[in-house]
Ligand binder design. Sequence first.
Ligand SMILES: Cc1cc2nc3c(=O)[nH]c(=O)nc-3n(C[C@H](O)[C@H](O)[C@H](O)COP(=O)(O)OP(=O)(O)OC[C@H]3O[C@@H](n4cnc5c(N)ncnc54)[C@H](O)[C@@H]3O)c2cc1C
Length: 437
Amino acid sequence: MKKPKTRVDEVDYIVIGAGISGLAAATYLKDHGQQVLVLESGQIPGGRMSSIELDRVPADLGAQFIAKSYKNIIAKNKELGLPALALSIHKIGIQQPNNSINYFNPAMPLSLLSFKGLSFGKRLRMILTLPYIIMKPPYINIYNPQQVGDLDNQIAADYFGNIIGNSAVTEVLDPVIHGLAFYSLQNTSAAFLKAMTAKLLTMRPLSYARGIGELSQKLASQLQVKYGAKVIAIERGDDRVLVNAIITGQSKTYRAKKVIVAVPGNTVLNILKQPTNIERQFFEKVEYSSAVIIHCRADIPLPNDSSVLFYKPQEEKQLASIHMNPYAQKEKKSYMVVTLGSVFAKKYLNGQVSDKEILRIIQNKIGPVPNLEILHKTPWASAVPLYYPGYIKLVNEFQATYDRDDMILYCGDYLAGGYTEMAFTSGLDAAKRAINT
Ligand SMILES: Cc1cc2nc3c(=O)[nH]c(=O)nc-3n(C[C@H](O)[C@H](O)[C@H](O)COP(=O)(O)OP(=O)(O)OC[C@H]3O[C@@H](n4cnc5c(N)ncnc54)[C@H](O)[C@@H]3O)c2cc1C
């Protein structure tokens, strides 16, 4: 039987992945007069920065907030006339071994002084040493490796333990980081956490009226995006890159002058045919934590004062955090967002966790709740990149040796810091390099 012919289209630029890094790259290219096509395997834009509606309430499927300090995203909001609104979450609660919960306000670091989980002396030490921690750098700039190089080989738990005390690390910092990024400070680079802490301590969580995905939706609406287009192979040709995708069951090949790959770093080798040694050696070492976001509904009114509850990674192998959906109006029902931590998420992804078990765990944590039900589950096999000790150096080496290749470029949170702002920033950076090389 004759093989069906694969159609080949010529395009100047292809961006693979309509996550926030890919959308940032494609928007930059379009704004600079380039012809660009985005191929996205899912049905909606945004990847880990996307939202849907459940019960007519916005529901964020991955990232939950941006911050005032996210300068590139905030600048884009202004340009698009898309206001970022403050979320009403102003308390962070950390569950203690005796199950009581101690709170502080993330927007006011001094509120840590009243955090009951630590002795007064330890709290004071933490407060007094904070300026030292947040002095520099403002965020990781991997294109300026000297900035953090000297701390990159150190373990965050040890480095911060020496400054703020080991108990402040285990009782406060570790649960917060685990709640946000689903990994422990035991396997995090001190350089990375130092850069992140400045962000966390000045954090006033922001989002958009229709959910965090509104930015992605707005950007995607101005671009040519093909949804349901799963790229299965990228290959360098003589003067073009060949991109093969499956679109609604059909194989389709594009020939592009340049391709920006904006998929999670630990999946790049699945689609990159004949990677160079530099590519293989780097991408093999990219690791991510896992997470599952679960949207639930219960028949009780929303509490007046919403807070985020974080659980310790070493004691809590199940939940990373629970918070009320901030977009829900005060009404008779409450909408909760429950995040399974990395260890439990991996079990879930392997099919070892039932809905019944998840509901039982939530009830155990927050007490009996009437008619608690699961509305939606979003598994993330690649949730947040692991900035383990030595990783930033690897990224820097990769960028330094790799940059000269001008046909395939990469962007994503694994190259610039594991959160939306840095994914966005790396997308801008890849697009600039694509145009300039
Ligand atoms: C549960 C969770 C909570 C988080 N919380 C926050 C937070 O509160 N604040 C914050 O700033 N950051 C947060 N983050 C991190 C943030 O979401 C990410 O850093 C950022 O969204 C990553 O963007 P990206 O473009 O690099 O990758 P992605 O968003 O993963 O985009 C990759 C895109 O490529 C598509 N794709 C993959 N493979 C293919 C293929 N073969 N062909 C075509 N398309 C493909 C995917 O469908 C996806 O749309 C969180 C992440 C998770 C998972």
